[in-house]
Write a protein that binds this ligand. Structure first.
Ligand code: MTE
Length: 320
């Protein structure tokens, strides 16, 4: 999706690798999870995992979901080292490297706009909104690669119900965290920040749309959108906004980052659609990370039985 390649990133802005700690060595979560097991209590009850624990801590008491695909999961290493997170650079490897020191605690998520009960949640409160579920979903990037990920989260509609949207609210607008101090390379990305996204109200209420706090049994790695991101499996990956700080209920269709950047290439809906080419490439096939041969891309990323009715009567060539 890159529009402009950063000409050069000053070496002064790249933290030397030697100063980074090995991710698995510094995880407070390992010992906390062990303690939780020893006492027979779930980690979720015992501590405020996301307010006190680093990315990569074990998440216990996670339910299995009937919405999961039985397909082979993409290896953890691929999902965490081939990312799009332009706040931390535009190459696929950059987010894993540059987001290591991203400060995700404390964190607040504010819900505002056309609601009866506007509210600001800390991560502790977010984890109490609904039971956590593992959702193994296909995830198709508009660039032509795909992954299968065991996300952990809860339906977005559980949060929406808590704040009671007014009937005037027709869309939901999402905003990512943005701090040029922590994200100095963002200014070379060629897209505006903070990253923003949006869904129509009925899309946001659909049970497949989740707010995600973890993957592969653990809290989210920073490069995958810690501490909380959206996952909308029937849409191209760029709709799944990372590191969300604000959700606003609005009457008009909200702006979205990639549509602002290149409206000819990226629309508001961005449903996975093998029949509508990107202006610069076909969307008919995809390459699953770790596999050699391409496979056909499925309409709505294979979730058509569940979501096609949301778009009945719409021209999906116009509403791409
Ligand atoms: N969210 C933010 N805040 N910034 C981004 O650059 N990239 C999007 C989306 N969410 C992006 C973002 C794109 S283009 C994709 S394909 C997915 O995140 C990638 O998610 P992944 O790296 O976990 O696979």
């Amino acid at each position: 999706m890159l529009i402009k390649k950063p000409a050069s990133i000053p070496s002064s802005e790249i933290t030397p690798q030697s100063v980074y700690l090995n991710r698995r060595k510094f995880l407070a979560g390992v010992s906390l999870a062990g303690a939780a097991l020893a006492t027979g209590r779930g980690l979720l009850e015992m501590v405020s995992p996301l307010t006190t624990v680093q990315a990569g801590a074990k998440l216990n008491a996670v339910l299995k979901s009937p919405f999961s695909t039985p397909e082979k999961q993409t290896p953890y290493n691929d999902v965490t080292h081939y990312n799009n997170f332009y706040e931390f650079g535009t190459s696929k490897e950059a987010p894993a490297e540059r987001a290591r020191n991203f400060k995700t605690s404390p964190w607040t998520l504010s819900i505002e706009g056309l609601v009866n009960k506007p509210r600001t949640y800390d991560l502790d409160a977010i984890l109490k909104i609904a039971p956590l579920e593992e959702r193994i979903y296909r995830h198709r990037c508009v660039e032509g690669w795909s992954i299968v990920v065991p996300w952990i989260g809860f339906p977005l509609n559980a949060l929406l119900k808590q704040v009671e949207p007014l009937s005037k609210a027709k869309f939901v607008a999402f905003q990512s965290f943005y701090d040029p101090q922590q994200m100095p390379v963002a200014r070379y990305a060629g897209i505006p920040f903070p990253y923003v996204e949006g869904l129509r109200m009925d899309e946001a209420l659909h049970p497949l749309a989740i707010l995600c706090v973890g993957m592969y049994g653990e809290t989210l790695p920073n490069q995958d959108g810690a501490p909380i991101r959206l996952v909308v499996p029937w849409k191209y990956g760029f709709k799944s906004i990372k590191s969300v700080v604000k959700i606003r209920f609005v009457e008009q269709q909200p702006p979205t980052t990639w549509n602002l950047a290149t409206p000819r290439e990226y629309g508001f809906y961005s449903n996975v659609n093998p029949n509508v080419d990107h202006p610069r490439w076909s969307q008919a096939k995809e390459r699953r990370l770790g596999e050699f041969f391409k496979r056909p891309t499925l309409m709505f990323n294979g979730y058509g039985d569940q979501v096609a009715q949301l778009y009945a009567g719409m021209d999906l060539r116009k509403n791409f």
